[in-house]
Design a protein around this ligand. Structure first.
Ligand code: V55
Ligand code: FE
Length: 487
């Protein structure tokens, strides 16, 4: 059977079709001037099915990890993109067909691949202790060479120290200590309520773990670190074993479930874990988080209902109004005996994928960024396929002044996630560049935009013109050049 993507609805939206190519561009074409001081690599990853899914109910989150690298070199930039050589990628390319079934339901996989990793490495990248990790939250990390994007290890377990079957896609680094932390959920297999937190020291050794239980197996996509605590939100995007037995995807939205904000001591054994209850809410990403004495704060892209239109809903229809996320400060005071957590909506903007100046991860901070939907400047629906909340603006939030400034991309383009790059290691918070991909809907092409992060409203200072159309990606990460030269 030939490769034919045309019959699957996943591929009908704009910038939804698999790219499937691996490309090198030496010295990319640039409009404007790339900053002469910019030296380092911006990595991002897109789910990119190498073969069309075999299940009609499959979701975009099940695509194969396809990593792009923009290597800035003092006024020049080279581009490279490669599929991650996951066990799944290798088995399927060898067989020349899809062998894996629907999203995170291993019983729908071909029996011949069920002993292999199901990981797609399609969600995020992070660089720590000289290693570039490509991540999917249902599997251990995959290591890539940060300069060539070769896959070095398709199932990295920190030398056997990772006991969890999973490792989530949002590790956090505390740059004050050099430690990396992560949450690992469904740590003992599909649907298990076991969660493992891990700490990796600045040399790359996994030297801390704490095991806890969650009230139900919800998607624990991201989590929060602070100087003394770790926190996470359990959301009603819950594993649905009954749906999976019928050949469905891993999750369904169950609005009858509460949310739970869990807090435990960083470095402890997990026995001090406390849960605080909240109403039906979704929040998949943390902008940043910090503690002040016994009070813990986590700023998240929180909405009232399900944010993912492609996951089944058990009790109601998907509602774009209830899916709208706003930057919300979730907090608890551990010195009090309250059983609920506090919520404060910080800004009116509707958006997802909040980011920050990562040097401040886990510490008090003032600057954050978020792709938002400016509803007053809607994209031309005939170009976007009218998919609802299209991201058309990057916004910078300053918590000190409570002001926002933004860059609007125009009504024939849309934006992907943005990434902050500090001007130098010692630059003040939020001083540097904001980069990310713009989807050009008329030209059917991608551009990388580089803005001065302190002057978003001035527009891009440089635009890297790609002759190709990348698809909608998930997350990215920036690594300064001096760390890439080290071996
Ligand atoms: C997310 C993304 C995923 C996934 C689960 O953005 C959650 C949230 C790209 O895959 O599997
Ligand atoms: Fe994410």
């Amino acid at each position: 059977m030939s490769v034919d993507f045309s019959h699957n609805p996943i591929f009908s939206g704009p910038f939804a079709h698999s790219f499937r190519a691996e490309v090198d561009i030496h010295d990319c074409e640039v409009e404007g001037e790339l900053p002469a001081d910019l030296d380092g690599a911006f990595y991002r990853v897109q789910p990119d099915f190498i073969y069309p899914p075999t299940y009609a109910n499959d979701v975009p989150f099940n695509g194969d990890g396809h990593v792009s690298m923009f290597r800035f070199d003092h006024g020049h930039v080279d581009f490279k993109c490669r599929y991650v050589r996951t066990q799944r990628y290798k088995a399927q390319t060898q067989a020349r067909r899809a062998l894996y079934g629907t999203y995170r339901n291993r019983a729908t996989d071909d029996p011949g691949v069920r002993h292999l990793s199901g990981g797609t490495a399609n969600t995020n990248l992070i660089f720590h202790a000289g290693r570039l990790f490509a991540l999917k939250e249902d599997s251990p990390p995959v290591l890539m060479d940060p300069n060539t994007l070769e896959t070095l290890d398709d199932y990295y377990t920190f030398g056997g120290r990772l006991k969890s079957e999973t490792f989530s896609a949002h590790p956090k680094i505390d740059y004050a200590t050099g430690e990396m932390f992560n949450i690992c959920y469904e740590a003992k297999g599909n649907g298990t309520t076991d969660v493992c937190f891990v700490g990796i020291d600045k040399t790359g050794e996994l030297n801390w773990e704490a095991w806890i239980k969650v009230p139900y197996a919800g998607m624990l996509h991201d989590f929060a670190i602070t100087e003394h605590y770790i926190a996470f939100l359990v959301i009603p995007m819950a594993v649905n074993m009954e749906q999976m037995r019928k050949g469905g995807v891993h999750f369904a939205w169950d609005s009858t479930l509460p949310t739970w904000f869990g807090v435990l001591r960083r470095g402890g054994d997990g026995s001090d874990l406390r849960y605080f209850k909240g109403p039906e809410r979704s929040a998949t990403h943390v902008m940043n988080s910090f503690c002040d004495g016994t009070r813990i704060y986590a700023d998240m892209d929180m909405s009232q209902g399900n944010q993912f239109p492609f996951f089944p809903m058990l009790h109601e229809q998907f509602d774009f109004k209830r899916a709208a996320g706003r930057l919300t400060r979730v907090s608890v005071d551990l010195s009090k005996s309250a059983e609920t957590y506090d919520m404060e909506v910080l800004y009116p903007e509707i958006g997802v994928l909040p980011r920050t100046d990562e040097r401040y991860w886990g510490h008090p901070y003032n600057v954050g960024f978020m792709p938002v939907t400016d509803l007053s400047k809607r994209l031309d629906d005939t170009l976007t396929g009218n998919t609802g909340l299209v991201l058309n603006t990057w916004t910078r939030f300053d918590h000190n002044t409570h002001k926002s400034t933004s860059f609007y991309v125009g009504n024939t383009s849309s934006l992907q996630e943005c990434q902050f790059i500090p001007r130098s290691q010692n630059a003040p918070e939020g001083s540097g560049y904001l980069v990310g991909l713009a989807n050009r809907h008329v030209e059917q092409r991608s551009d990388l935009l580089i803005l001065d992060a302190e002057q978003l409203d001035a527009g891009p200072i440089a635009t890297v013109k790609l002759p190709i159309k990348l698809r909608n990606g998930v997350h990215g990460h920036y690594v300064p050049g001096n760390l890439l030269a080290e071996k």
